[in-house]
Design a protein around this ligand. Structure first.
Ligand SMILES: Cc1cc2nc3c(=O)[nH]c(=O)nc-3n(C[C@H](O)[C@H](O)[C@H](O)COP(=O)(O)OP(=O)(O)OC[C@H]3O[C@@H](n4cnc5c(N)ncnc54)[C@H](O)[C@@H]3O)c2cc1C
Length: 493
């Protein structure tokens, strides 16, 4: 049969952690002979991990980056931070595991183009370089674009005396970089910046390394959130409980106070101040290594490197200038999250047959990869996707309109509000099943009695807290004028 006339039960676009979670959940509801088309423009499962820099490490303990509750086959301690190849191996393994339960047709190297809802089905158009245009039908379409992260190019600079590189295209551990001991300027103080600084400091300890850190970023402290050994029984804090406390402190107007409190209790940072939080994780010892190994931390933004007076200078947004040694490296670690230019699309379509997981209609933000796909695909198959008034937040628009701290603070009540609605809507036994198979849940680090205690706390208080979270979200939306609320009526068109 040609792809022109194919009919699938479900079509999933995106084979990153979001798409694989959607696929896992679909496999829990579909029968063995039912069919899923898995479409991705990349040539295999893995999403952004296929293209990101080679020395990236998973920042959470590896068992908690998975599809559903699929276990890792890696023979390492739970605390081990998997490298790029190990992450990719696991994501491919997840696909193989699901393929044992349902029929999956892999359409890799294939671009999803459009979809039309027609009564009980969705007509889908894709294309690939190999087969040209393809049309097929599905009962449901899940667009699991997720974070849709793109790689970074080197920064464009005026001076030819700067060697401008991007970690996504240039391995800082390689021979070319090792051949020169010229200073390195890391531009960006987020996860990529920390991975790069840590790698360079360990591999090339004699090199002078400067960090241009913008407003300064804080990270979740791995030591406080994931204590090891027997300390898991009495020390540390479950992330869900830390978020509950944070959500109660944020009233829609006090993001600086609420996030500073969160940072002081659960964070780690190396800059004199912070104005950025993306949910990445760092240990105290990594932080100390980086702190001790840096030559200078610049709390500013790079504008350019220019030739002047026979030499070169770094120009900063504040107007300040710094001397620049010719031949120094400028490493673009300015981040690649939420840089999309996607047009607005609601998470659920008018007819309820299309679920769309992306940043313009964000519902369950934590952890960044996979959580929305996991919970919303359950709602789709439970028939609750269209009637549950989840709050959806336009993250891309908020990012454009408000300081980063506002965005970070607003995501916490969003998470708490939506999980509360889901907990109420899904029958208790079913909800327990959904929660217990969610391998992304970082609370899983702790022994069962501590998780039970935290769940009981949530179940007893979530309805009371919900109205407070809704008011906080409404206040932020009013202050900055971005889309945040239930997806209703015309929004779904
Ligand atoms: C440098 C870096 C490090 C990170 N480290 C961590 C970490 O350690 N732990 C963590 O939890 N998170 C981390 N993140 C966040 C990370 O982005 C997510 O965890 C996750 O991998 C994102 O998965 P995703 O499926 O949501 O998106 P993606 O991995 O971007 O997958 C989306 C897929 O959809 C496909 N797609 C989109 N549109 C179309 C179309 N029209 N047609 C066909 N295919 C399409 C894309 O090709 C892509 O493969 C990191 C992010 C970055 C940038």
């Amino acid at each position: 049969m040609s792809a022109m006339t194919d009919r699938y039960d479900v079509c999933i676009v995106g084979a990153g952690i979001s798409g694989l979670n959607a696929l896992f959940v679909a496999s829990q509801y579909l029968a063995r002979d039912q069919r899923v088309a898995l479409v991705d423009r990349r040539f295999g499962a893995g999403g952004m991990w296929l293209d990101t820099y080679d020395y990236v490490r998973l920042h959470q303990p590896h068992p908690f980056f998975t599809a559903g509750n699929i276990a890792w086959t890696l023979d390492k301690e739970r605390v081990y931070l998997a490298d790029k190849e190990e992450v990719l191996d696991h994501l491919r393994h997840c696909l193989e595991v699901v393929k044992r339960c349902i029929r999956v047709t892999e359409l890799f190297g294939c671009e999803f183009e459009s979809a039309e809802e027609e009564g009980e089905l969705v007509r889908i158009t894709c294309s690939s370089a190999e087969s040209g245009p393809m049309e097929f039908e599905a009962n449901w379409l899940i667009k699991a674009y997720g974070q849709e992260i793109k790689t970074n190019a080197p920064l464009e600079l005026s001076s030819a005396r700067a060697r401008s590189v991007s970690p996504d295209q240039f391995d800082v551990r390689g021979a070319e970089m090792r051949a020169s001991n010229a200073p390195a300027w890391i531009v960006g103080g987020g996860k990529t910046g920390m991975d790069t600084a840590h790698t360079l400091i360990n591999k090339q300890p004699d090199r002078k390394i400067n960090l241009i850190a913008g407003p300064g970023t804080f990270f979740l402290s791995r030591d406080r959130l994931f204590p090891s050994g027997v300390r898991r029984w009495y020390a540390g804090k479950l992330l869900s409980s830390a978020f509950r406390e944070m959500g109660r402190r944020f009233d829609g107007t006090n993001e600086d106070d609420a996030l500073d409190w969160f940072r002081d209790n659960y964070g780690v940072w190396l800059t004199p101040e912070t104005g950025n939080f993306m949910g990445a994780i760092l240990s105290e010892s990594e932080n100390e290594t980086i702190s001790a190994g840096l030559n200078e931390i610049v709390m500013d933004y790079l504008v350019d490197v220019v030739d002047r007076n026979g030499g070169a200078e770094v120009e900063l947004r504040s107007g300040a200038r710094m001397p620049f040694e010719p031949g120094s490296w400028i490493i673009n670690c300015t981040g690649s999250m939420m840089r999309g230019e996607r047009s607005y699309e609601p998470y659920v379509s008018a007819g309820g047959r299309i679920l769309s997981i992306q940043n313009r209609s964000m519902t369950i933000p934590f952890p960044a990869g996979g959580s929305s796909a996991y919970f919303l695909t359950h709602l789709l198959f439970l028939g609750r996707l269209t009637d549950l008034p989840l709050y959806a937040l336009d993250l891309e628009d908020l990012r454009r309109k408000a300081p980063q701290y506002v965005m970070a603070a607003a995501l916490v009540p969003l998470q708490m509000y939506n999980l509360s609605l889901i907990a109420e809507a899904v029958p208790a036994r079913q909800f327990m099943k959904v929660v217990s198979r969610n391998g992304l849940d970082l609370d899983g680090w702790y022994p069962f009695p501590r998780r039970l205690w935290a769940s009981a706390g949530f179940m007893l208080t979530h309805k009371r807290d919900r109205e407070y979270h809704r008011r906080s979200l409404d206040k932020v939306a009013e202050r900055f004028g971005f889309r945040c609320g239930p997806v209703v009526g015309a929004d779904r068109a």
